[in-house]
Ligand binder design. Structure first.
Ligand SMILES: [Zn+2]
Length: 162
């Protein structure tokens, strides 16, 4: 199986979050210079996603690079999903959307003191970021994102049949 990972340029913060949510390892080095981004992609075998035409031209000789043309995050995700045949876009709770590190499942009682009572009442599954400690649970935002991802993934399937 080919593992696809990404490096996003500074203009692709929202796309980064979506890719992470869908379970794809995605670097988002906010302060990196063009050369650092290219080096990072080349070194890790990641695909450099960029909105910057100049950076794309420069990068494509050294690393896998992909020019993202749209300004709309849904269109961006759609193009990237098609181009790299990302299957079954769905929330995988694998990577932290804030920092991109791996999440690990944690028992409810170990995080109970950090949760609001209404969350504590309704949720049973929890994940914690191994790096920044951010907590995740399958709340309403996950449902919404899943719907978006599923719609995009369905569109792709229909598109392929034509
Ligand atoms: Zn984190």
């Amino acid at each position: 199986m080919v593992v696809i990972r990404f490096v996003c340029d500074v203009m692709l913060g929202r796309l980064t979050r979506y890719l992470r949510m869908a379970g794809y390892e995605t670097d988002y080095p906010k302060d990196a210079e063009d050369d650092a981004l290219i080096k990072k992609a080349a070194k890790t075998g990641a695909v450099l996603l960029t909105r910057d035409h100049r950076l794309f031209q420069k990068a494509k000789d050294h690393a896998k690079a992909f020019l993202v043309k749209s300004n709309d995050v849904h269109e961006q995700l759609d193009t990237v999903a098609r181009a790299f045949r990302l299957q079954e876009l769905a929330v995988k709770t694998r990577f932290c959307t804030a920092c991109g590190e791996e999440l690990q499942k944690v028992p409810k009682k170990s995080v109970a003191h950090r949760l609001l009572p209404r969350i504590l009442e309704r949720q049973t599954l929890f994940w914690e970021c191994t790096h920044c400690g951010k907590l995740y649970w399958p709340g309403t935002h996950v449902k919404k994102i899943n719907e978006t991802l599923k719609r995009l993934s369905d569109q792709e399937k229909t598109g392929e049949k034509k």
